[in-house]
Design a protein around this ligand. Structure first.
Ligand SMILES: [Zn+2]
Length: 637
C-alpha cells in the first residue's frame, strides 16, 4: 500500500491553517502596522526583524533572509521534511488529509484509525494517573523519584489500571472494534476463543511513544510493583509489539520533541530508559532520546543523521561492561557489530559512563547538571572504550593475562572493516599492552581470514589446532613465513619467483630464514643446469645440517595437503601481502622511533644542525606516509 496526497490538499491545508497562530507558538509576535514582528527563531538577534504578513500568509526575516510560507516555516522550525510538515500541521489544526491510494485504501484508513485510538489511549491513561485514586501510588512513586508534575504532564505520562479490560471497554464504548485495539497493540486476543480480547497494559506507568511528526504510535509500560492482580507481568518494561504504526527498530523515543535541541547542540544523548529521558529533560538537558531496546539500526541512524552526526551513549556503570556484566557487554557488542553502519553514515559514537549504582535519572537528580555535563564532555569513542573495557577484564601485569587480552582485542579489531581504523586500534593496543605493533598486526591479519566478510575463505580447511598437531607450538608470527615456504617447496601458485626475490630479510626466524636460503640456492642450482624444477622440491639430506631446519622442512612436506581445493593464487596473494605488510610495519615502527628521537632533540644544537635535523625529520615523515600508503594498498588488494 502506498499513498500520495490528493491534488489541492496542500492548498486546502494552507487555507485552513493560519500562519499567525502557528508561528506564535514559537515566536512572540507583536502587531506593528499591517504586519507582526518578533525575534527571529533562525538567527540570534536583539531587535526584531522577523516579520509575519498575515494577508499574504508569508514570513520573512530582514536579518538573515529566511522566509517562506507556513509549511516552509514548519519544516525549518521543526527540522522535518515537507510531507512531514504537512502531516504535522494537519494534526495540529485537526484537519483530515485526503490521499490517493495506489494500494488498499482500507489499510491506510485503518492506519489513521489506529493513530486516533492511540491518541485516545494516551489521554485515557494520562487522566487515570492524575485524577484517580488508583493512579495515585504511581503518581507518588514518580514524584518521589524526583519528577515534578509539569514534566510528567509534558511527557503525557499515564497509568493503565490493573484490570483485564478497562481500556478495551472504554474504547469499545467510543466505537473502536476489537481488531483495531489488537491492531495497535493495546489489546491481546484471548485464547478462550469467541473473539474476546483483554488489555495488554495492566497496572503500568505508561509512556507514549511518538513518531517524527508527533503522532502517538505506541507505548512503553513500566511496573512499579511486581505484584499485579492480573498476574504474570513481572517484566519491568513491556512495549507495544510491532504493529502497522510502531516498529522498535525504526522509531526513537522522544525524537519528535528532542530533534530541535539535537540540531542546536549538534549532539544527541541516547539513554536506555523512558525515565532517564524525562529526568535529563527536567534538568534542562533536552537533546536526549531513548533507543527502544536495540542498538541503533539503519533506520534509526538515517533518522538521527538528519539532525546530528554526534552520538553519545549514556550507560550506567552496570550496563557499561566495567564489571563485565552480561548486559553491558551485550549492549556494547550490539553497537560494535553495527560500527560499519555508523561509519558509513559518518557517525561519531562515544560512550559516557556514570558512576556505579546510578542510572542517568538518579545521577542527574543527585549529582546535578554540571557533573553530568562533564561526564558527557569526557565521553570516549566507542572503539577506544571497548578496548579499555576488554583490557580491564584481564590482569595485564602477567604475561598470560597480556596474551589473553591481546587475543580478545585482536578478535574485536578484526571485526572492524575500515583498515584505517584497524591500524589506529592496533597502534593503540600495542602501546597499552606494550607489545610490538607488527606482531599484533600479523595476528590480526590471520584472524581476519576467519572473518565472515572475507569473500574467499581460504582458511576453510585450515584449522591450525586440528591439523598442525605436528608442530603445535608454532608461533603466530612465524606461521606466515612457514606458509610462504610451503608455497615455494610445493611449487604452488604463480608468484614463486616473487617470493624468491624478496630476500632473506623477510624471514626473521633462524630456521625459516635458513630454509628459505637453502630452497633459493637449490632452485637456482637446478635452473642453472637448465633443468626443470620438480615439486615438491627434494632437498638432499646433506644440504640441511641444522636439526631445526630439517624438522621444519619435513613438517612442510608433511602438511602439503592444506591448500587442497583452494584458490591458490588468492592464497599466495594473501601470504605475500602479509609478509610485506609485516615488514612495512616494522619499518614504520623504526621510522617512528627515529622521528621521536628527532623530536626530542629538536632545537638542541646549532642552527645549522637544527635545520639539518628538520629536513631529516621531513624526509622520515615522507617515508612514513609512503609506507603507510603501501601498507594500505596491500590490505586493499
Ligand atoms: Zn533571521
Amino acid at each position: 500500500m502506498s499513498r500520495s496526497l490528493k491534488e489541492g490538499e496542500v492548498e486546502e491545508l494552507k487555507s485552513k491553517a493560519d500562519i499567525y497562530s502557528v508561528v506564535s507558538n514559537y515566536v512572540k509576535l507583536k502587531k506593528t502596522g499591517r504586519n507582526y514582528t518578533g525575534l527571529c527563531p533562525f538567527h540570534k538577534e536583539k531587535t526584531p526583524s522577523f516579520t509575519v504578513d498575515t494577508s499574504k500568509q508569508l514570513y520573512h526575516c530582514f536579518g538573515c533572509g529566511e522566509g517562506g510560507d507556513l509549511i516552509n516555516f514548519v519544516e525549518k522550525i521543526e527540522n522535518i521534511e515537507f510531507i512531514e510538515a504537512i502531516e504535522f500541521l494537519a494534526k495540529k489544526i485537526g484537519y483530515n488529509l485526503k490521499y490517493n491510494y495506489s494500494g488498499s485504501k482500507e489499510s491506510s484508513k485503518l492506519k489513521s484509525r489506529l493513530v486516533e485510538l492511540n491518541e485516545l489511549a494516551k489521554k485515557y491513561f494520562n487522566f487515570i494517573l492524575f485524577n484517580s485514586k488508583k493512579g495515585l501510588p504511581s503518581l507518588n512513586y514518580l514524584k518521589n523519584r524526583g519528577f515534578d508534575e509539569k514534566t510528567l504532564k509534558e511527557f503525557e505520562v499515564g497509568f493503565s489500571l490493573d484490570s483485564w479490560n478497562s481500556f478495551a471497554n472504554f474504547a469499545k464504548k467510543r466505537g473502536y472494534k476489537p481488531e483495531e485495539m489488537i491492531g495497535c497493540g493495546l489489546a491481546i486476543k484471548s485464547n478462550r476463543g469467541s473473539g474476546e480480547i483483554y488489555d495488554r497494559f495492566r497496572g503500568r506507568i505508561m509512556f507514549p511513544i511518538e513518531d517524527i511528526v508527533g503522532k502517538t504510535i505506541g507505548f512503553g509500560g513500566r511496573v512499579i510493583s511486581t505484584m499485579s492482580k492480573t498476574g504474570g507481568q513481572e517484566a519491568k518494561y513491556i512495549n507495544t509489539p510491532e504493529t502497522r504504526l510502531y516498529s522498535k527498530s525504526k522509531n526513537i523515543y522522544r525524537i519528535f520533541q528532542a530533534k530541535n535541541h539535537i540540531v542546536k547542540e549538534d549532539e544527541v544523548l541516547i539513554v536506555e530508559g523512558y525515565t532517564d529521558v524525562m529526568a535529563l529533560y527536567q534538568s534542562g538537558i533536552k537533546n536526549v532520546v531513548a533507543s527502544l531496546g536495540t542498538a541503533l539500526t539503519s533506520d534509526q541512524v538515517k533518522l538521527l543523521g538528519r539532525f546530528t552526526k554526534n552520538i553519545v551513549l549514556v550507560f550506567d556503570s552496570d550496563t557499561a561492561g566495567m564489571n563485565a556484566s552480561l548486559k553491558g557487554v551485550e549492549r556494547l557488542r550490539e553497537y560494535n557489530e553495527q560500527l560499519d553502519l555508523y561509519y558509513e553514515n559518518n557517525l561519531d559514537i562515544r560512550v559516557a559512563i556514570l558512576e556505579e549504582g546510578y542510572d542517568p535519572a538518579d545521577f542527574i537528580f543527585k549529582k546535578g547538571k554540571e557533573i553530568f555535563a562533564t561526564k558527557i564532555k569526557n565521553a570516549v569513542n566507542i572503539i577506544d572504550f571497548t578496548i579499555d573495557a576488554i583490557i580491564k577484564k584481564y590482569n595485564i601485569g602477567s604475561l598470560a593475562g597480556k596474551l589473553k587480552a591481546s587475543d580478545h582485542l585482536i578478535r574485536f579489531i578484526s571485526t572492524l572493516s575500515s583498515s584505517i581504523i584497524q591500524g589506529e586500534c592496533i597502534k593503540n593496543v600495542a602501546e597499552k599492552l606494550n607489545l610490538k605493533e607488527s606482531l599484533l598486526l600479523e595476528e590480526m591479519l590471520k584472524k581476519e581470514y576467519d572473518h565472515k566478510k572475507r569473500a574467499v575463505r581460504w582458511d576453510k580447511d585450515y584449522d591450525i589446532e586440528k591439523k598442525e598437531s605436528v608442530n603445535e607450538n608454532i608461533i603466530p608470527l612465524k606461521r606466515i613465513e612457514v606458509e610462504a615456504l610451503k608455497l615455494v617447496i610445493n611449487g604452488l601458485g604463480d608468484r614463486i619467483d616473487e617470493l624468491l626475490s624478496l630476500g632473506p630479510d623477510y624471514f626473521r626466524f633462524e630456521d625459516t630464514r635458513q630454509l628459505y636460503l637453502i630452497i633459493r640456492n637449490e632452485i637456482s642450482r637446478v635452473r642453472e643446469d637448465n633443468k626443470k624444477v620438480n615439486f615438491p622440491l627434494k632437498i638432499t639430506s646433506g644440504a640441511i645440517e641444522n636439526e631445526d631446519v630439517k624438522k621444519l622442512y619435513n613438517y612442510i612436506l608433511f602438511s602439503e595437503s592444506h591448500f587442497k581445493n583452494q584458490n591458490i593464487s588468492l592464497v599466495s596473494n594473501e601470504i605475500i601481502n602479509n609478509l610485506k605488510g609485516i615488514r612495512i610495519s616494522e619499518e614504520i615502527e623504526k621510522i617512528r622511533k627515529k622521528m621521536i628521537e628527532y623530536e626530542k632533540n629538536k632545537n638542541a644544537g646549532s642552527d645549522i644542525k637544527n635545520k639539518e635535523a628538520a629536513s631529516k625529520y621531513d624526509e622520515l615523515y615522507r617515508r612514513l606516509i609512503e609506507l603507510e600508503k603501501e601498507k594500505m594498498n596491500l590490505r586493499i588488494l
